[in-house]
Design a protein. Structure first.
Length: 313
C-alpha cells in the first residue's frame, strides 16, 4: 500500500471517543433543529416554477441577467448557458397571482431593457405535483440506500458494524441537510444526487476501516478492543489522506470552476467528504466499540480453535 507517511505510534482515538461523540451529537441536533425550524429551500423541481429560454444576438452576460432579475424581486433564480453562449436558460419560481405566460413576459421585458434583441424561445411550466413525486422518489431512494448499506455491512462484517455504519452515514446526511437548511442554500435534484453519493462514499470509508479492524483482530489476538481500533485507524491514516485529498481536488474544481449548475452539488459533496472522514473514524468506530464488538464476533469459535490446535506442538 502506498503511503505518504508512516505513523510509528498509534494515535489514541478511542481515548477521545466520548468528546468526539458529544461534538457529533451537538452538530446533529443543531442540524435537526435547523431542518425543523427553517426547512429546506427547495428548488422549482420540488415546488413548481417556470423555465424560460431566451436567445441573445451575442454571448450573454449571465451575471448581469441574474442581477437584473434579482433586483426586480425574483428570488432563487438560476441562469445558465444552454447549448451555446447566446442561448440562456432561466429557472425561477412562479410568482403569486401570475400565470407562467405573465411571468415569462415580464422577464422578457426586463431583459430587453438591457438588450433589445433578446428573443424568447420557449416557456415551460413545472408543476408542484411533479415536484412532489420527485421529492417522494428521492426520499424512497434514500431509505433503500440505507437499508442496503445495513444489509451489506451485516453480511460482510457483523450487525454491530452495520448499526454503527448506518448511524455514521445518517449523521453525514443530516449534517449536509442542516447546512443547506441553516444557510438556505437551494436544494435541487443535483444536491439530492450529491447526498446519495456521499452515502456511498462514506460507507466505503467505513468498510475500509472495519476491514482493517477485523484484520488486526486476527493478527494481534491479545490486543484489547480500544487499542485494536486505534491501531486500525492509525494505519489507515495515510490511505485516508491520499484518497480524500485526490477526491477533494476534483470536487473543488467543480465547486470553483463548474459554474452555477454544479456549485451546490459540489458543495454538498465537500461537506459530505469532510464529515464522512470524521464520522467513519470518530463516530462509527466508537459506536461499534460501545456496542460490544469483539474478536469473537468477527472470528468464529471453530476457526479460533482450529488455528489453536494447528499451532500446538
Amino acid at each position: 500500500m502506498i503511503e505518504f507517511f508512516h505513523i510509528r505510534k498509534d494515535i489514541p482515538f478511542m481515548k477521545y471517543a466520548r468528546s468526539t461523540t458529544v461534538v457529533s451529537a451537538i452538530l446533529f441536533i443543531a442540524a435537526v433543529a435547523a431542518l425543523a425550524t427553517r426547512g429546506l429551500n427547495l428548488s422549482i423541481e420540488f415546488t413548481g416554477g417556470i423555465l424560460v429560454e431566451v436567445r441573445y444576438a451575442q454571448a450573454a452576460n449571465l451575471q448581469q441577467i441574474r442581477s437584473v432579475l434579482e433586483d426586480e424581486g425574483y428570488r432563487d433564480v438560476t441562469v445558465q448557458s444552454y447549448g451555446t453562449a447566446q442561448d440562456v436558460l432561466i429557472r425561477l419560481r412562479l410568482q403569486q397571482d401570475k400565470s407562467s405566460a405573465q411571468t415569462s413576459q415580464e422577464v422578457l421585458e426586463l431583459l430587453k431593457r438591457q438588450e433589445p434583441n433578446v428573443e424568447l424561445l420557449r416557456v415551460e411550466f413545472v408543476g408542484p405535483q411533479v415536484g412532489q413525486e420527485l421529492y417522494d422518489s428521492g426520499g424512497l431512494a434514500l431509505l433503500l440506500v440505507c437499508a442496503g448499506i445495513m444489509l451489506y455491512l451485516a453480511m460482510r462484517f457483523e450487525w454491530r458494524f452495520a448499526i454503527a455504519g448506518i448511524i455514521a452515514n445518517l449523521h453525514d446526511v443530516v449534517i449536509i441537510l442542516g447546512f443547506f437548511s441553516f444557510f438556505q442554500w437551494e436544494f435541487t435534484l443535483a444536491v439530492l444526487a450529491g447526498v446519495l453519493a456521499v452515502l456511498g462514499y462514506s460507507v466505503n470509508e467505513s468498510v475500509v476501516i472495519f476491514d482493517r479492524i477485523r484484520e488486526i483482530f486476527r493478527m494481534k489476538r491479545k490486543m484489547p478492543v480500544p487499542e485494536t481500533i486505534d491501531h486500525a485507524l492509525t494505519v489507515t491514516m495515510s490511505r485516508t489522506v491520499i484518497t480524500h485529498t485526490m477526491t477533494e481536488l476534483v470536487v473543488l474544481s467543480m465547486l470553483f470552476f463548474g459554474g452555477e449548475v454544479l456549485f451546490y452539488f459540489a458543495l454538498a459533496l465537500t461537506i459530505g467528504i469532510v464529515f464522512g472522514i470524521y464520522s467513519s473514524m470518530l463516530v462509527a468506530s466508537p459506536i461499534a466499540m460501545w456496542l460490544g464488538v469483539s474478536r469473537e464476533n468477527l472470528l468464529p469459535v471453530k476457526k479460533e480453535g482450529a488455528e489453536a490446535d494447528a499451532t500446538t506442538p
